[in-house]
Design a protein around this ligand. Structure first.
Ligand code: ZN
Length: 228
């Protein structure tokens, strides 16, 4: 039988009971992305469900065949890496309260409003991070642009203009900061040489973790479709 992630109901898992199983285990097929939870016969279905939900974050970052998410009332969208539930309200301005994004009921679509909100939040955070690392580096940049690029998370032109994907605001804060440090480091090293990486290390610190996160989970940020 199939059970589904409570927060991401488009993602299902096959529940399998086995005489050999002593505890619950979950695997994602590397061939087709199919998720299977195996457990002993005596374990109730609700325990399987809890087990699946507890693994949501891990599943999302490891699942290769994930469907697009249409952003709307009731959708969960990460803000700086933390899931936020979208709710419509009678308030006049979009706001974040605890782990919810409260969106006014208006004629413009919820997705469009959330996208606009995330973009301006992205600009704030990326400008702040770029300023911070540029100051550490002792170089200034010429300007900052946001785009929705699939191929790269950021770039730095030879005349000192920084470009970032606004979707980075959905990534954990460390990841956003790392991309800013990376692009700022290109102000002095327009390559990916050893000396470039030592500049990144000087201004940011250990960058392996956020770099790995982008490689393994970065694609997740492109699943969200804001045209609703
Ligand atoms: Zn680079």
């Amino acid at each position: 039988m199939q059970i589904f992630l409570s927060e991401y109901p488009t993602i299902g898992a096959t529940l399998r009971r086995s005489r050999q199983a002593k505890r619950l285990s979950l695997r994602i097929s590397s061939l087709d992305g199919r998720i299977t939870i195996t457990g002993p016969h005596f374990v109730p279905e609700s325990t399987f469900q809890d087990f699946l939900d507890n693994k949501a974050e891990w599943i999302l970052s490891n699942h290769k065949h994930i469907e697009r998410i249409i952003v709307d009332d009731g959708t969960s969208v990460p803000v700086l890496g933390k899931p936020h539930l979208i709710r419509t309200t009678n308030m006049r301005k979009i706001s974040v309260v605890d782990d919810q994004i409260l969106v006014p009921r208006r004629s413009s679509s919820i997705g469009a409003q959330v996208k606009g909100f995330l973009k301006s939040l992205a600009r704030d955070h990326l400008a702040q991070a770029s300023d911070h690392y540029a100051q550490r580096l002792g170089h200034s940049y010429q300007g900052l642009r946001l785009r929705d690029t699939r191929s790269r998370w950021g770039s730095c032109s030879s005349d000192g203009h920084l470009m970032y994907s606004w979707r980075l605001v959905m990534a954990p804060r460390d990841v956003l900061n790392y991309v800013a440090a990376h692009e700022v480091a290109h102000l002095v090293e327009m390559n990916h040489s050893k000396s470039f990486w030592s500049v990144v290390h000087d201004i940011y610190g250990d960058y392996e973790q956020p770099r790995d996160w982008l490689r393994t989970s970065g694609n997740q940020l492109h699943r969200y479709n804001f045209i609703s």
